[in-house]
Design a protein around this ligand. Structure first.
Ligand code: DAH
Length: 360
């Protein structure tokens, strides 16, 4: 075998065996670079006789062409293999189940959940949300709500008072969400339809009472809003909230200074087996207070009771949360125990809506 064939076999063998592009580049330089083996052979052509050149020229050029072609082919093959390896390593199996992110592990507190549910239900009925501050004046918490100064109903609220300020005014932590009614009537023109969820405070603590708790107030002021409208609104709310087809309600006469007539509402339930169920049974459970807004309250807010009338109600959020979700003790609501929250909490991305379900 002549020298050219030997070199050809060696180079083509090496090229075929090259494992990556840098190794292939080394081989190219060693063969076709300035001082490469093939380039060296090409240079010998100049010193040959015409006859020799005629014989060796095509052989040497043929060698160069084969080496070049082999380099090109190998390069392409290596590039394709590298791409396939990368594609394989970066492959994503879109049929795998979605891994839970940290945001899916967090839990929504039952109080926030119930406020969202209440907002969804009343929002659907055309109510807006109104809010007021936790630190309230005596005037808005009591006087404008028709609690005369010195009236015993004030004492029933076990109020937290602040020390009097420079003007002798004694602020307090609101004992109910009813002052938000006053704020709304003073700042808005009727027709008014609002619900007001928020924190409330009373000096009280046992299994079902905590010094800070939550209420939601409702208020409708129009020219013709009457007791029948209120019954319908409350009944629709109870059906939607407790997720039952129908619920019997009982309106018992009661007293609140800011409503006349006033009532307390019980809803039908069964307590069989120590578990409370709504929409069935012969037992009753009190869930809210309500009534027609007292003419004095309308007057205190600059509304003419001969033109406007309306109804209002107030409900304990914590209480209806406990009833709906079967939580026997109120105190853990405010203990920030992560184990309690993982048990009773709600998934953050399941927002309550009437169409999609309040609790999915
Ligand atoms: N504010 C009352 C309470 O805390 C609840 C209440 C009763 C609110 C009747 C109302 C109402 O708006 O009409 O006990």
């Amino acid at each position: 075998m002549n020298e050219i064939d030997t070199l050809s076999d060696k180079l083509l063998g090496e090229i075929a065996a090259a494992q990556d592009e840098p190794a292939l580049e080394q081989l190219r330089i060693a063969a076709l670079g300035k001082s490469g083996s093939v380039s060296g052979l090409l240079k010998t052509l100049g010193a040959m006789t015409p006859d020799e050149r005629k014989e060796k020229g095509p052989l040497i050029n043929g060698l160069r062409d084969r080496v070049q072609a082999a380099l090109g082919e190998r390069k392409e093959a290596l590039g394709e293999a590298a791409l396939n390896a990368r594609l394989a390593s970066e492959r994503v199996d879109i049929s795998l189940p979605v891994r839970e992110g940290p945001e899916a592990r967090g839990r929504i507190h039952p109080i926030s959940q119930v406020i969202d549910e209440i907002t969804a239900i009343f929002g659907d009925m055309g109510f807006a949300i109104a809010e007021g501050p936790d630190v309230e004046t005596d005037d808005l918490n009591f006087t404008k709500l028709n609690f005369p100064v010195g009236h015993p109903a004030r004492e029933m609220h076990d109020t937290f008072f602040f020390a009097p300020d420079a003007n002798g005014e004694r602020k307090l932590l609101r004992t109910h969400t009813s002052p938000v009614q006053i704020r709304t009537m003073i700042s808005q023109e009727p027709p008014i339809r609002v619900v007001c969820p928020g924190r409330t405070y009373r000096m009280d603590s046992d299994q079902t009472h905590t010094p800070m708790f939550h209420q939601v107030e409702g208020l409708v002021i129009e020219k013709q809003a009457h007791f029948g409208h209120m019954k319908w609104v409350l009944e629709e709310f109870c059906k939607a909230f407790f997720e039952v087809e129908g619920v019997k309600m009982r309106f018992r006469p009661s007293f609140f200074p800011f409503t006349e007539p006033s009532a307390e509402v019980d809803i039908q339930c069964s307590r069989k087996g120590g578990e409370i169920r709504f929409g069935e049974g012969e037992d009753w459970l009190e869930i809210l207070g309500c009534g027609m807004v007292h003419p004095n309250v309308l007057r205190n807010c600059g509304l003419d009771p001969d033109v406007y009338q309306g109804f209002a109600w107030g409900m304990g959020i914590d209480r209806i949360a406990m009833l709906k979700y079967g939580m026997p003790d109120l105190r853990p609501f405010f203990e920030a125990d992560i184990r309690w929250l993982s048990h009773y909490g709600f998934r953050p991305l399941d927002l309550p809506t009437l169409a999609g379900g309040l609790t999915s």
